[in-house]
Design a protein around this ligand. Structure first.
Ligand code: HEC
Ligand code: HEC
Ligand code: HEC
Ligand code: HEC
Ligand code: HEC
Ligand code: HEC
Ligand code: HEC
Ligand code: HEC
Ligand code: HEC
Ligand code: HEC
Length: 480
């Protein structure tokens, strides 16, 4: 005996009848709904939208054509792109309001803007936090996506010790400013076996002393100075016109002699005489310092030798003064200058303590009666190290400096690189931390920019990111 009657398909039971009725009703509702939208709605397109656009674009939400070209796909990877028109048409629409400059010359394929910047995901959805796929579609195999041979790592699959290369910008330290972290972080810069005195608060000139005193717990004048990282490294307050896209608090301010060194390394030269203490202004080049010292020692000689005044030197122009001096006095002055220059450029104090010099080797360059043929070597301390990624100190402010720069307190020479490498970051940035707990975000866009790749120094607001023409108020509101 069969479980179902053989003619069951011919019998229309109640369930079947209702299915058909509901189906028909749904169809009618749909047709009426669409028709009503077209007939009555003021925002007819809106009913075909996939959802609200991001807050930055809400002003144009109902003007679909601000971003869409009718009957053209908007994403490079959409199946419609195979059949329907040019995806770049919509990209040009985006570019009437902001130009999204290419990442690198010679890259391919040329992706439409919408293939990375996804819309209709709600007011608060981010347009710029992308999935790794948006980047690895090329970076998994860069050789296939570049017109020539790429200069950068060919396979980057994700941020991990296996999937991402070491940081190339920290291979060596291009800086030419002498410095010894280990020494300066010792209390009182305690000299080693060579002997020497402790640097105490009392030795710092009065106006500058308070700043150092405030930083430490022992405050009396005989207390050794104890420097902190923050004595020299402060977070920047925003865009200083330095290279790299900087936001407030992302990087450390550059070292400045006046703020960070002067208190303990004054540029003063002592010579015999009533006003023998000569203070050299910082950042002058050696030839200008030569003239300055020459004038100083001449003035000193003039004041020390009343006889000179009989020769009416006071009426001679400053540059001509030399002619009026007899040779012996001239020799004394030149010798004075030469001695001072040797102190500045040859001894291990004053300029040469911190600087290198370009030009002739210093011993030959310094000669009595001649301007030295020397230039201070540019210090070139990098204001931004990682040229191809961004970093932000403020996001990591809860960590101690040593967690990333642990080598600093041991470093005795300025040539040491103190910037952490990839292995430091992967302890936290990854699916799990080194402790096995959930890790910090590690999407490519967390650390990298896309636009301006060839011109990384340009950030938001760079001239080349501007739309081609400006709109008037009405034209802009209507996205025309
Ligand atoms: C600010 C620009 C912008 C505006 C305004 C806008 N869209 Fe979009 N739309 C996009 C982007 C970008 C995508 C691709 C989103 C994605 O792939 O996740 C998209 C995708 C779509 C899609 C899916 C089609 C596809 O190719 O994937 C539809 C349908 C759509 N939009 C309809 C509308 C309608 C209707 C309106 C007007 C009411 C509108 N959009 C207004 C930017 C916009
Ligand atoms: C009618 C003008 C207009 C059009 C068209 C337009 N945008 Fe925008 N867009 C803006 C304005 C205004 C902002 C906010 C100001 C800013 O940050 O530059 C913005 C911001 C953005 C941002 C930054 C969002 C953020 O969170 O920082 C992205 C990305 C963006 N638009 C992508 C697109 C894409 C992709 C298209 C084309 C599908 C497009 N825009 C079309 C006007 C427009
Ligand atoms: C491969 C993915 C990708 C494509 C394609 C792309 N962008 Fe972007 N875009 C990004 C990323 C990532 C950011 C955020 C980081 C940055 O500023 O570079 C961004 C940021 C932006 C911003 C935010 C403002 C700013 O200066 O940070 C605008 C506007 C923008 N893109 C517009 C465009 C336009 C217009 C196009 C098409 C011509 C486009 N983008 C194509 C990935 C992409
Ligand atoms: C269409 C292919 C393509 C896409 C998509 C792409 N890149 Fe690139 N990327 C390149 C090419 C090509 C280079 C240059 C290679 C060279 O010159 O060696 C490059 C170089 C880079 C570099 C190293 C040089 C620099 O600009 O600092 C970084 C970092 C980078 N891309 C990050 C990203 C990120 C992040 C994304 C996703 C938002 C992304 N790329 C998406 C093709 C692409
Ligand atoms: C007396 C001033 C001073 C103090 C205190 C000081 N620094 Fe520096 N720091 C410098 C100077 C000058 C440079 C640049 C010359 C160089 O490369 O060594 C520098 C460079 C750096 C750099 C750049 C990277 C590099 O390889 O050159 C890092 C990182 C750094 N310091 C970290 C620290 C940390 C962490 C501390 C605290 C433990 C600290 N510094 C304390 C003066 C100081
Ligand atoms: C709190 C006082 C103090 C500050 C601030 C300070 N120094 Fe020094 N520095 C010293 C003392 C003390 C010595 C050891 C005696 C000497 O050589 O002058 C020294 C030594 C040096 C040396 C020689 C290092 C060596 O290995 O022999 C250099 C180079 C130097 N300082 C550079 C700097 C620079 C650059 C700055 C500013 C970024 C700076 N110092 C800030 C106190 C200071
Ligand atoms: C205690 C260390 C120290 C001493 C001593 C010192 N400087 Fe400097 N000098 C610096 C630092 C730090 C900078 C870089 C930041 C700045 O401009 O303040 C610098 C920058 C300079 C620059 C600009 C270089 C550039 O790349 O822009 C010149 C020129 C210069 N110094 C000349 C001198 C001369 C000449 C002397 C001697 C009279 C001297 N300095 C003594 C620390 C020192
Ligand atoms: C999470 C790791 C991390 C911590 C914590 C950290 N730094 Fe850095 N620091 C970096 C990285 C990465 C760079 C390279 C950034 C760049 O220039 O591209 C850097 C760069 C620097 C530089 C060179 C100038 C600059 O901004 O590029 C100095 C100086 C510096 N750090 C000092 C400090 C001091 C002082 C502290 C503690 C208050 C500290 N850092 C905490 C990772 C860290
Ligand atoms: C102790 C864990 C830890 C280490 C180590 C660490 N980070 Fe982070 N980082 C975080 C956390 C937590 C955040 C904030 C959450 C977020 O933005 O995802 C963050 C944020 C960031 C951001 C986003 C900053 C912003 O808001 O724009 C960047 C970029 C970054 N880290 C880079 C690095 C780099 C590069 C290194 C290695 C030199 C590093 N981090 C090391 C935990 C860490
Ligand atoms: C936690 C931060 C972080 C994340 C996440 C991250 N990177 Fe990087 N990336 C860096 C740093 C830092 C460098 C070194 C930049 C430099 O040396 O100037 C770098 C370098 C690169 C380079 C240049 C390689 C070379 O040859 O020097 C490429 C390409 C790159 N990253 C792509 C990516 C891609 C694609 C992703 C996502 C899969 C990604 N990165 C994720 C921090 C990060």
């Amino acid at each position: 005996m069969p479980r179902l009657a053989l003619d069951c398909h011919k019998q229309v039971d109640e369930i079947h009848a209702w299915k058909e009725r509901i189906g028909a009703a749904a169809l009618v509702v749909c047709i009426v709904w669409v028709a009503a939208n077209f007939a009555f709605s003021e925002q007819r397109d809106f009913h075909a939208s996939r959802g609200p656009v991001a807050g930055v674009h809400q002003m144009w939400e109902t003007q679909c054509n601000a971003c869409h070209t009718p009957f053209a796909p908007i994403r490079s990877h959409s199946w419609q792109a195979l059949f329907l028109g040019d995806v770049q048409a919509s990209s040009q629409k985006c570019q009437t309001c902001h130009e999204g400059t290419t990442h690198h010359a010679g890259q391919h394929p040329e992706l439409s803007c919408a293939s990375c910047h996804r819309e209709h995901r709600g007011r608060d959805a981010s347009l710029v936090r992308l999935t790794d796929r948006d980047c690895t579609q090329c970076h998994n195999d860069l050789a296939g996506h570049h017109a020539k041979k790429p200069a950068f790592e060919l396979t980057v699959s994700r941020f991990s010790a296996q999937g991402h290369p070491e940081f190339r910008s920290i291979k060596n330290d291009p800086g030419k400013l002498k410095f010894n972290h280990e020494l300066h972080l010792r209390a009182g810069m305690a000299p080693g076996t060579g002997g020497g005195a402790l640097m105490t608060l009392g030795k710092i000139p009065e106006p500058l002393r308070k700043r150092y005193r405030d930083q430490q717990s022992t405050k009396h004048d005989d207390a050794p100075v104890q420097l902190q990282c923050a004595s020299c490294h402060q977070l920047d307050a925003g865009d200083l016109g330095l290279p790299g896209t900087r936001s407030a608090g992302a990087y450390m301010l550059p070292i400045a002699y006046e703020n960070h060194c002067q208190a303990c390394h004054p540029l003063t030269i002592e010579r015999k005489g009533p006003d023998g203490l000569l203070t050299i202004p910082h950042r002058l080049e050696p030839n200008l310092i030569h003239d300055l010292m020459f004038n100083h020692f001449t003035a000193q000689a003039v004041r020390g030798q009343p006889g000179l005044l009989d020769r009416k030197v006071d009426r001679v122009l400053p540059g001509k003064l030399t002619n009026a001096l007899d040779t012996t006095l001239r020799e004394v002055i030149d010798k004075n200058v030469e001695h001072a220059e040797k102190d500045l450029y040859l001894s291990n104090r004053l300029c040469a303590e911190c600087h290198y010099f370009d030009g002739k080797p210093v011993p030959q360059a310094v000669q009595a009666g001649k301007r030295p043929e020397l230039q201070t070597a540019p210090t070139k301390v990098p204001p931004v190290w990682l040229q191809h990624a961004k970093f932000n100190h403020t996001a990591h402010r809860a960590m101690e400096c040593a967690a990333c720069h642990e080598a600093a307190s041991r470093s005795k020479t300025h040539t040491d690189v103190l910037i952490p490498g990839r292995d430091n970051c992967v302890q936290c940035h990854g699916p799990t931390t080194s402790a096995g707990t959930p890790g910090a975000r590690f999407a490519c866009t967390q650390c990298h920019q896309y636009h301006n790749g060839d011109h990384a120094a340009q950030g938001i607001g760079a001239a080349r990111r501007n739309p081609r023409a400006g709109h008037a108020i009405d034209a802009w509101i209507q996205a025309k």
